[in-house]
Structure formats: C-alpha cells, structure tokens
Design a protein around this ligand. Sequence first.
Ligand SMILES: Nc1ncnc2c1ncn2[C@@H]1O[C@H](COP(=O)(O)OP(=O)(O)OP(=O)(O)O)[C@@H](O)[C@H]1O
Ligand SMILES: [Mg+2]
Length: 205
Amino acid sequence: MVKAPFCVGLTGGIGCGKSTVAELFAEHGAGIIDTDTISHDLTQSGGAAIAAIRAAFGDNYITAEGALDRAKMRALIFSDAAAKQRLELILHPLILEQAKAQLSRLQDKPYVIIAVPLLPESPAFRQLAQCILVVDCGENTQLARVIARKLMGEAEIRSIIAQQTPRAERLKIADDVIHNDADLDSLAKQVNVLHVHYSSMQNNI
Ligand SMILES: Nc1ncnc2c1ncn2[C@@H]1O[C@H](COP(=O)(O)OP(=O)(O)OP(=O)(O)O)[C@@H](O)[C@H]1O
Ligand SMILES: [Mg+2]
C-alpha cells in the first residue's frame, strides 16, 4: 500500500490569505496543492475542461484561443445559480481528480497543504484532508486587501463574500485557525507553530 502524506485542507474567504499562507508553508518544505491553479489550468486553452464547457454552454463562452472566457462566465454565473452549478459539476470532479494525482506525487513531503476555497461546501475535498485549517480575518481587512489588488470593485467583492460560506460557519469546521488581521510577521509566526504540529502528524488512513 502507498502511504499518503498527512493532508491539511486550507480554506478561507476571498482575500483572507490562503495563497500567502500556502507560500509560507511551502518555505518550510510542505507540499502544496492549489485548487485555484488546477481550475485555471483546466480552463486554459487546451485544458481538460474546455470540451465539456463548450458542450454545456456553447462556443460563446470559449475564446478564439480556445480558453474559457472568464469575464463572460463570471458575469453569467453571478446572475444564474443553475449555470454556476452546471459549471461546478463539470469542474469539481476534474479538480478533485487532479488534486488526487498531485497528492500521489507528493509522498516524499512531510505533509501537504491543499488550498480549497470551497472546502466547507465540498464533502469530497473534506474527505481528502485529515484536518482543516481556516485562515481568517475581519471583513474590513478582507475588503481592504482585495480592493488593493485592484482586480475587482467593492460591490463585486461584497457579493462574492455574500455567496461564500459565512465566516462563523467556516470557523465551526476548523481544527486550526490562523488569524490574519495583523502583519505578515504575525502570519509567519503562526505558520511556524503549525508547521511543527503538522510535521509530527501521521496519515492514519
Ligand atoms: N498579513 C498580511 N499583511 C498584509 N497583506 C497581506 C497579509 N495577508 C495577505 N495579504 C495580502 O492580501 C491579499 C490577499 O491575500 P491572498 O492572496 O493570500 O488571499 P487568498 O485567500 O489567497 O485570496 P483569493 O481568495 O482571492 O485566492 C494579497 O495581496 C496578499 O499579499
Ligand atoms: Mg488565493
């Protein structure tokens, strides 16, 4: 039997610091699986999800280069819950499959951090992880940091926050919490402590 490394599911609301935290764990030598990156790859030109997206949504949602037209799709799924679900039904099984494949290639790592924004809503991903780490910050911090990235306006960010699992619900499923209202030094210190903890864990599955 192949021994899988201990797997930590990392989640948090938009802009709470998942990617920053994952990078800090990577510096400690953890294996990292980023489901946002997987999703992006699947929907790039030539990506494994393109044919199914084209079949379900039509050519209109695929660019001339053969990638998902992200702006168009974002606009559609914002106003159409059924379309959002249809897209997720295509993407989520593919993301899970890729994540499992990556996990099997990370056996030499002391443990693996798998970043999944949708972890609270996704039983399949929760099954993959032996514990859940939530990176949390206040909504004002969250808004300010995402606004500073300048990729979205405040109204769009607020509606994404409203669509995501509420903060209190997310915290309820956490085994560990990283508080990210302070500076990057404080973040790094919390990661240091958890690194020691996760390094001592065994995957008993
Ligand atoms: N403690 C901190 N101090 C200052 N800036 C921070 C801190 N933590 C994160 N940031 C910044 O806030 C922004 C959001 O962080 P990050 O990208 O890690 O969040 P995320 O949860 O991965 O977001 P998304 O949901 O969009 O993927 C980034 O620009 C990051 O550099
Ligand atoms: Mg991120």
